[in-house]
Ligand binder design. Structure first.
Ligand SMILES: NC(=O)c1ccc[n+]([C@@H]2O[C@H](COP(=O)([O-])OP(=O)(O)OC[C@H]3O[C@@H](n4cnc5c(N)ncnc54)[C@H](O)[C@@H]3O)[C@@H](O)[C@H]2O)c1
Length: 370
């Protein structure tokens, strides 16, 4: 029988209670403490979970309570100091997305986790959703052909954040999904946007990721839309796929559709694109809650000294793209290079295998991808 893992959640605002609910229900896990500076938040959570300790001081949470792991669900500017303090106190850490406020902060966290042999995981929740796992399977089987273009729309009214723009808030989900699906980092990032409500904080952004001359992705993020839209279209050389995360049924639809250029033509009159329209199919998806799968994966990685699918290195990649998007916004939408495009380890490897590349380094035989 394996040892119970004692978990604490810091930040019990909008998202933290979902982590509390999930960790509370998982076998092999003891949700020992909830921490928030707000007495009112703690009061309402304590009414739901009277057996879980409630604490207003994060310092007290780290000292003397006997936690094995800490989940950080506070605002982005607190991710780094809280995750750093937790790692230095010897706790495994799950940080909400985006991993930190800068790539330098992510690198520092990765290094501390590596030195201490601790699990460092980022809450890229959608990677654990049945729909994204199915899409990855479909792409890896070659059913869509070569991926040419992906477009993502994540729109709703609010929730306005005070310290980050909408790209840092909503696009981490789409960026993490896209990198996971294509297994490649973009060469450059463009981002344009506008701030309609709070000066200097863009509430609508349009980001373009250029993966090379044959592949690109666009990500439209908005806090200023009357409808909740969570949609991604993946265009392959053979087929196209539409993923609608808010659809109650048929979240994924695969269109047997493509366009081909004629290989040879002599006159303009002979030039004709060939449009192919075929069946539309929708694969079966199981009904697992993505956050529950994410929390289970975190516990499994701690128990088995495994590297998470959304390890620190994956969090760093997303933050580097967000930093490039901020730089591009300052340039009025100009391209910001990201360095050489290379395959991400999660593209073809099993998720738990540590990477041979920079950030997923090994420390011991029980090496953990930070
Ligand atoms: N994975 C997902 O799908 C998902 C969804 C929503 C939000 N998030 C992420 O979750 C994080 C939290 O977002 P939110 O919308 O819940 O924010 P929020 O502002 O609603 O909650 C943050 C909480 O942190 C508390 N807090 C602030 N300073 C603290 C301190 N020093 N010690 C203890 N508690 C402190 C606040 O009182 C507040 O209750 C963000 O990183 C966000 O990006 C993730």
């Amino acid at each position: 029988m394996s040892k119970l893992i004692n978990v604490g959640v810091v930040g019990c605002g909008y998202w933290g209670p979902n982590l509390v609910r999930n960790f509370r229900s998982l076998p092999g896990c003891n949700l020992k403490m909830m921490c928030d500076v707000s007495a009112a938040r703690l009061h309402s959570l304590k009414a739901l979970y009277p057996g879980v300790m409630a604490e207003r001081s994060f310092g007290h949470m780290l000292n003397g309570v006997g936690l094995d792991a800490v989940t950080v669900a506070t605002s982005v500017k607190l991710h780094f100091p809280m995750a750093k303090a937790a790692l230095l106190a010897g706790k495994h850490v799950l940080i909400e997305k985006p991993m930190a406020a800068s790539a330098a902060q992510c690198e520092e966290l990765i290094e501390i986790a590596r030195q201490k042999g601790l699990v460092l995981m980022v809450g890229h929740t959608f990677l654990y959703s049945p729909a994204v796992r199915k899409i990855k399977e479909i792409i890896d089987r070659g059913d869509l052909g070569q991926i040419r273009y992906i477009s993502a729309r994540r729109l709703n009214l609010g929730l306005y954040q005070k310290d980050i723009n909408v790209a840092w808030d909503l696009a981490p989900h789409d960026i993490s999904i896209i990198l996971h699906l294509v297994g490649q980092l973009p060469e450059s990032v463009n981002c344009s946007g506008s701030a309609h409500i709070t000066p200097q904080i863009e509430d609508v952004t349009l980001m373009t990721l250029i993966f090379g001359k044959d592949r690109s992705a666009i990500i439209h993020s908005s806090w200023l839309d009357p409808r909740k839209v969570r949609e991604m279209t993946v265009v392959g050389s053979k087929r196209m796929l539409v993923y609608d995360d808010v659809a109650p049924l048929e979240k994924i639809r695969i269109f047997d559709a493509c366009v081909k250029r004629p290989p040879h033509y002599d006159t303009f009159a002979e030039f004709q694109y060939a449009y192919h329209y075929g069946d539309i199919s929708s694969p079966y998806l199981n009904q697992e809650e993505p956050l529950k799968a994410e929390c289970l994966h975190f516990l499994e990685c701690i128990r088995e000294s495994k590297s998470p699918l959304s390890c620190g290195a994956r969090g760093l990649e997303v933050v580097r793209i967000l930093e490039a998007s901020s730089a591009s916004l300052k340039l009025g939408g100009g391209a910001v290079p990201l360095g050489r495009s290379q395959p991400t380890p999660s593209a073809n490897n099993r998720p738990t295998r540590p990477s041979s590349r920079g950030s997923c380094r090994t420390k011991t035989a029980h090496a953990l991808c930070a």
